[in-house]
Write a protein that binds this ligand. Structure first.
Ligand code: MN
Length: 235
């Protein structure tokens, strides 16, 4: 059994919120479902002090970075744009430390949505703080339909870690940010028809990431479960 360390999300509210005292740390059950269906297990690593990230990463086999809030533009040396959403600088700092620890410990990394954006930023890339700031976009990347239904295609490179996917793969889309400058050591291995980067890899770092949410579609699209199986059993 392989134990996946999922970097945890936080639901932080303001004092105006009646549930202010019920702030929670969580991960999506669908991520656990995908891992557990394949016979493996996960430990959630809640946001913690960056200095402790290396020790925590050493307790698990591989690291999964999940979706969530916007990255703070501080992480890629940009100023906040008015279209920037809610950020969580403590989570950003812990995740960056965990990524560098995983690379130092030669542990595989898999990023989903925000997780892909975080991996890009960790390697020196930047983001569009809102996808409308990329003038070439022509697709709706925050779909109105349910999370289980694909809404656009991606073109997948055949010589990539995702070579088990067909050249055209249908994906769901729930992101209002996107990769702007790709980190120099990452390769774009899937793109949407409008050019938005939808998957990246670095084979030497055992790093794979997708912009879509395969944890929502694997019941109807077995190839999306294969992405988890590949990460857990082969990456
Ligand atoms: Mn998309």
């Amino acid at each position: 059994m392989t134990v996946i360390g999922i970097l945890g999300s936080q639901l932080l509210t303001t004092q105006k919120d009646p549930f202010y005292w019920n702030q929670v740390v969580f991960t999506r059950k669908r991520l656990l479902d995908a891992i557990q269906i394949l016979g493996h297990s996960a430990l959630v690593l809640p946001v913690d002090a960056p200095e402790k990230a290396a020790d925590l990463v050493s307790r698990v086999d591989k690291i999964l970075l999940s979706g969530g809030n916007d990255l703070s533009p501080d992480t890629y040396f940009d100023l906040p744009h008015e279209l920037l959403g809610i950020t969580d600088p403590a989570r950003d700092a812990f995740e960056l430390a965990a990524i560098h620890a995983a690379i130092a410990q030669k542990k595989p990394l898999f990023g989903i949505c925000r997780g892909m954006q975080m991996l890009n930023v960790s390697q020196g890339g930047t983001l569009f703080q809102d996808i409308t700031l990329c003038h070439e976009i022509s697709l709706e990347h925050w779909q109105k339909t349910d999370q289980e239904t694909p809404s656009h295609t991606v073109t997948v490179k055949s010589d990539s870690l995702l070579s088990f996917l067909p050249e055209l793969h249908a994906v769901n889309s729930f992101h209002h940010q996107a990769i702007h400058k790709l980190a120099p050591n990452l390769t774009a291995i899937a793109t949407a028809p409008d050019g938005i980067i939808e998957a990246v890899e670095n084979k030497d770092l055992r790093l794979l990431a997708v912009q879509w949410h395969p944890e929502c579609t694997f019941s109807s699209q077995p190839l999306d479960l294969e992405i988890f199986r590949y990460f857990i059993e082969e990456l």
